[in-house]
Design a protein around this ligand. Sequence first.
Ligand code: KIV
Length: 261
Amino acid sequence: MNVLDFAKMKKKQIPISMVTSYDSWSAAIVESSDVDCILVGDSLAMTMHGFGSTIPATIEMMSMHVAAVRRGAPNAFVVGDLPFLSYRKGLATAMDAVQSLMQAGANAVKLEGVKGSEEIISHIVDSGVPVMGHLGLIPQSVNGLGGYKVQGKTQSKEDILLEESLTLQKLGCFAVVLECVPSAVGKRISQELTMPTIGIGAGCDCDGQVLVLQDLLGLNSDFKPKFVRKYMEGISLIKEALDSYDADVKAKRFPSAEEEF
Ligand code: KIV
């Protein structure tokens, strides 16, 4: 997969699958699967570091996780998230953040919103770095949005989202994540854009879907929004394995003669 394949897949109506990964071992598993590409999302602040939002993610954290993912998945198309405010403090600071993610091994960067970031997005694109947009529920703005709420529910809000998507496309983005919008909005925006939309809680008419790996593997006990589908019960499977190990240790069944020197 390379950046040009996103548009090709949309044209051929082949849905794009994306999952998050933040570390080397899970990236290697994702790369060995049929999933098309990896997002090193700033959701790692929550899933990997235990914070309550994505706001504490820093460029140092993001770059370290991008580098780990790249080592585990040398051939995957990897998108790295620009963290909170890293692209809102002027061009030079934004470009330092982009440089950090790209030199850590990303193939592209993702950033949230568009208003006030137009010049920076253009400059990143003109610097040869593919940019993925992110609209709808943009978690870095959770305080401004008043919580994790479905966006674009009124006609005027829907029109603004469409306008912003078209702006991102005009600025040269190669794709846009649409998060938590009504499926009709996801459909309308996907139809109006030539670049692909990657939905999360945005309905099945988006050109692709993205999920947080821990959510789809059932490794996130506290979080069960409507848009997540669990493909396995990861917590109970892992707990079962750990309990079996503990029982074997306690009963002196582990290690066996074959596992000893
Ligand atoms: O940070 C992240 O994981 C994301 C996805 C939820 C799209 O931005």
